[in-house]
Structures are given as C-alpha cells and as structure tokens.
Design a protein around this ligand. Structure first.
Ligand SMILES: NC(=O)c1ccc[n+]([C@@H]2O[C@H](COP(=O)([O-])OP(=O)(O)OC[C@H]3O[C@@H](n4cnc5c(N)ncnc54)[C@H](OP(=O)(O)O)[C@@H]3O)[C@@H](O)[C@H]2O)c1
Length: 345
C-alpha cells in the first residue's frame, strides 16, 4: 500500500518511533530512521535489518535536510515537541513534504498552529500535529460523533485506561508542559484555554459496558482541547482520565510499558468515550483497543497514506478531524481499533 515510498521518522528509536517504523514497513513504505543519537540508530538498525539510518539534530538544519532527502513525508516522534516540532517542520517545508507528529503537548501543538498556519497554507503544505492517541483519536471520534452538526454546546472525551505505564518521553513532555504553565493546570472553557490554580475535579463517568461507571479526574486536559476547537465550533471541550491511570502517570516509580505480545504491545487497554451535546441532544462515539503508544503508529501512518493519496479536505496546519473524513479514517483502522459511531453501529 505504501508503494515503496520513503518516509522519514524522526525519533525513530524511541518507544513510539519503533512502532511507527514497524507500521511503515508493514504497510509497504520504506522507513528512514532518524534521531539525534547515532549509536541508538545503529542499535535499531541491528534489530531492523536493511533499515536506512540518518543521524540528525534539531540544532543542525543541514542534518535534518539530509534525513529528509528523498522522503515523501516525515513523521516526528521525538518529544518534547516544544524542542523538536518547529525545526522538523521547517525541514519538511524546505523539502516540500508533508509533516505529521504525535505531540501530546497542548502548548507545543498550539505553537504549531500559531507559527505555521499562514505559511503552510500559502505554500500548499500539509502539517498534521497530534496525529496520535491523544489529540488525534479524540478529534476523529468527536468529529464523527458530530455528524452533520457544525456546532455543539459541549464535547466530552473520557479516557478509560486500564492503567498507564508512561515512557520517558511522556514524562519529559509532561515536565516541559508543566513548566510552561508555571505549575498551573489548564482547561478549555468558554471557547478558550483557561489556566487555573485550583484542583481538578473528581467525578463519576458512565463508560459504556463492560467498563461501566468509573471514577475519573475531570479537566485532565489533553491535546484534544487544541485539535477539536481548531475546526469545530464547540466552546466547552473537556477531557477526563480514569483515576488509576492518572495515579500511575503521576507516580515516579511506575515502570515503563512492557511488551506482552508479538507486536510489542503492552497489556494496557483503553476505551475512549466521546459525547457531544447540542441543544439537549447527545451523540456518542466510542473506540476500544490495546496500548495507547502502539495504536499511535497506525494513526500516524494512516494519516501519511491519506495525505499521499489525496484523501484530504484541506491544506495548511490541520488536525486529524479537519483534514480527514473521520468515519472513513476510523473504519480504515478497524483491525486495530473497534469503534462505535452514530448511525454505524
Ligand atoms: N499524542 C499521543 O497520544 C502520543 C503517543 C505516543 C507518544 N507521544 C509523545 O511522543 C513523544 C515520544 O514518546 P515515546 O513514548 O516514544 O518516548 P521515548 O521512548 O522516551 O522516546 C523519546 C524520543 O524522543 C527523542 N528526543 C527527545 N528529545 C529530543 C531532542 N531534543 N532532539 C531529538 N530527539 C529527541 C529521544 O531521543 P534520545 O533517546 O536521543 O533522547 C527518543 O527517540 C513524547 O513526547 C510523547 O508524549 C504522544
């Protein structure tokens, strides 16, 4: 399906980057593995015979140009994206190829919209930030749930994670985001981001069966508060997280994810429950799957496939729900995600 096209992966030897490299190969693309550490790239190539590796650093634009040479797209998996997104986007613009990243950092995703929207649109370039579990999947589900609605009063995205063993990259991204917020928390209310000093609420969320009602942290704000309002007129966008997962994420001694199957996936399961409300009417979309890091790979690679085959609705900086046909995109991932969408069962 990838027709032998070369796709560069920056941050290729990270936990998520490895899933992306494997997914590209499975789908017939030729991945080029890039990242800042030549030794780690060499080690990756030993486990992935024939893999083209190209060391590159965000401080050295010429090295990024070499990494992207001959590629038809780049997927950036190197976070914190506060440091990597802009230099890799600049390199993608120089190369004239689409850029997709998996950033879960609210402020970094906003920066991408703020700094690159006009230029990307003027150049006809495609930049898709947060094309991942957080930011991408919730946006696709919210867009699919909206159906023919162009506005809604509220969008709620509840993450029912069985647990969360975070990678070093997740912890580093969280640290960077916390420091950018001066330790405050953030929520999206009244059509804008609001930085607050109070404690996030705890409440009960009625997940669909068999999960049922669970205690969640409310306003556990994820990248969906950037992606959803970037193209849908919804003044209240709230995200929720099961308390067990939030606790594991916060604990300094929670181990990194460990593989339990032949695909390298961990035992973690997820249920993403999205509810949109307009004038008292409610619509719902649900996705279930295994391992939030592993599922990011088919999301990012499907995005690249759709961009390269012209299955897009716009150019410029665009979230998943804005640029792709959300129900069709989710249907294409049916082997990796089970979804229930309005009117589709
Ligand atoms: N939105 C989502 O749902 C989602 C899903 C998966 C991952 N992510 C994000 O993706 C990022 C990576 O996650 P991960 O799980 O793969 O973590 P990881 O296994 O710790 O990998 C992090 C990768 O980023 C690279 N990196 C970090 N800082 C860099 C810099 N300044 N320049 C170049 N490379 C740099 C690391 O290289 P070194 O080893 O050389 O430091 C490594 O390759 C995190 O920010 C995470 O939040 C988001």
């Amino acid at each position: 399906m990838g027709s032998g096209n070369t796709v560069a992966v920056f941050g290729a030897y990270g936990h998520t980057g490895r899933f992306v490299v494997a997914e590209l190969r499975d789908r017939g693309f030729v991945p080029v593995a890039s990242g800042r550490d030549a030794d780690k790239l060499r080690a990756l190539a030993e486990s992935e015979p024939g893999l083209d590796t190209r060391p590159a650093s965000v401080d050295d634009p010429a090295s990024l140009d070499r990494a992207l040479a001959g590629a038809v797209a780049v997927i950036n998996c190197a976070g914190p994206f506060a440091l990597t997104a802009a230099p890799v986007i600049e390199a993608a613009l120089r190369a004239g190829i689409p850029y997709v990243d998996v950033a879960a950092e609210i402020e970094a995703n906003l920066d991408t919209f703020t700094h690159f929207t006009d230029r990307a649109r003027a150049e006809g370039a495609v930049i898709v930030p947060a094309m991942a579990f957080y930011g991408g999947l919730g946006d696709l589900l919210a867009t699919a749930a909206m159906g023919d609605w162009t506005t809604a009063d509220e969008a709620h995205i509840a993450y029912g994670l069985s647990g969360w063993h975070p990678t070093a990259g997740t912890r580093a991204a969280g640290d960077v985001s916390r420091s950018r917020r001066g330790g405050r928390r953030v929520r999206y209310a009244g059509g804008r981001l609001e930085y607050r000093d109070d404690t996030a609420p705890t409440l009960e969320w009625p997940f669909p069966d068999p999960m049922g009602t669970r205690t969640v942290i409310g306003e556990f704000t994820m990248a969906d508060v950037v992606t959803v309002p970037s193209h849908l007129s919804v003044p209240e966008v709230r995200t929720y997280m099961t308390t067990e997962a939030a606790r594991e994420l916060a604990a300094p001694d929670t181990p990194a994810p460990a593989a339990v199957d032949e695909h390298g996936r961990s035992a973690q399961t997820f249920l993403v429950d999205v509810v949109v409300r307009s004038g008292g009417i409610e619509r719902r979309a649900v996705a279930r799957g295994q391992d939030i890091y592993a599922v990011t790979a088919p999301l990012a690679v499907e995005a690249v496939h759709r961009i390269l085959t012209g299955q897009t609705r716009t150019v410029g900086v665009a979230s998943a729900g804005a640029i792709f046909d959300a129900p069709e995109f989710l249907k294409a991932l049916s082997g990796r995600l089970s979804t229930e969408l309005p009117g589709r069962g």
